[in-house]
Design a protein around this ligand. Structure first.
Ligand SMILES: [Zn+2]
Length: 232
C-alpha cells in the first residue's frame, strides 16, 4: 500500500485538497484528530487513556498517536484485501514533528513499507494572511464569511439573519502571522527530512482548486511510478 503525506499551512486549502486527492487516487485518510475522537468514542482502553489526557488538557503523546496510526493502517489494509478500492493512506496533519516522522518511518519499516510521496502545498505568505484575516463571523448565528472570497451581500451584515459580522481575535493579521511562523518552525525539519530522501514535491497552491488538485495528483502518480519502475 502507498503512503502519502499532505502538508500545508492553515489557509492553504489542505483540507479541501485532501478530500479531492483521496477520491481521485483511492486513498484512505489518516488524520490524527479524527483517530483520537473515534478512539474516545469506541471506549477501548486506548480510547479511555486518550480521553483522560484530553480532559487534563494535555497533548496526546507520540507513542499513543503512533499506536492509533498503526491500527488505522491495519484497518485500511484490511479494507483493501477485502475488495475495497483503497490503495493507500493519505496523512493529513500528521506527522507534525521530527520525532513523529521518525516514529512513522519505524512503523512503516516494520510493515515493509515507506513514505512514497510528501506533497507540500505552497501559498505565498501575504496571500495566506489575506485569506485568513478576511474571515468574519456572524455574531448572532455563527455563519462564516470571507470578505475576499465569500463576502456577504451587505457590508458587515449576515445574509442569513442580519446579525453583525465580527472578526475573531485569532483572525487578525498579527495573530495569523504568528500562527504561520509557528507552522514554519514546526515543519521545517520535516520538510528537510523528506527533501533529503527525494520524496518531497512542492505544489503551487495559489491557483484555482481544481488546478491544485490536478498538480497534486500528478505529483503523487509520478513519485509512485518512479519508484515502481524497474531498476537497471
Ligand atoms: Zn447570522
Amino acid at each position: 500500500m502507498i503512503h502519502v503525506i499532505l502538508m500545508g499551512p492553515q489557509g492553504s486549502g489542505k483540507g479541501t485538497q485532501s478530500e479531492r486527492v483521496r477520491e481521485q487516487l483511492y486513498l484512505a485518510p489518516v488524520a490524527t484528530g479524527e483517530l483520537f475522537r473515534s478512539a474516545i468514542k469506541s471506549g477501548t482502553a486506548l480510547g479511555q487513556e486518550i480521553k483522560a489526557i484530553y480532559d487534563r488538557g494535555e497533548l496526546v503523546p507520540d507513542d499513543l498517536t503512533i499506536a492509533l496510526v498503526a491500527d488505522r493502517l491495519d484497518e485500511i489494509a484490511r479494507e483493501g484485501r477485502e475488495g475495497g478500492q483503497v490503495v493507500g493512506a493519505l496523512y493529513d496533519g500528521f506527522p507534525r514533528t521530527a520525532a513523529q516522522a521518525a516514529a512513522l518511518d519505524d512503523l512503516l519499516a516494520r510493515r515493509g513499507e515507506k513514505i512514497d510521496a510528501v506533497v507540500a502545498i505552497d501559498v505565498p505568505r501575504e496571500e495566506l494572511i489575506q485569506r485568513l484575516s478576511g474571515r468574519r463571523l456572524c455574531s448572532v448565528c455563527g455563519k462564516v464569511y470571507n470578505v475576499v472570497s465569500d463576502p456577504p451581500a451587505r457590508l458587515n451584515e449576515c445574509d442569513a439573519c442580519g446579525g453583525t459580522l465580527i472578526q475573531r481575535a485569532d483572525d487578525t493579521p498579527e495573530a495569523v502571522s504568528k500562527r504561520l511562523d509557528l507552522y514554519e518552525r514546526e515543519t521545517a525539519p520535516l520538510v528537510g527530512r523528506y527533501a533529503e530522501r527525494g520524496v518531497l514535491v512542492h505544489v503551487n497552491g495559489d491557483r484555482p482548486i481544481a488546478e491544485v488538485t490536478d498538480a497534486i495528483v500528478a505529483a503523487i502518480r509520478e513519485r509512485v511510478m518512479a519508484d515502481s519502475a524497474p531498476r537497471r
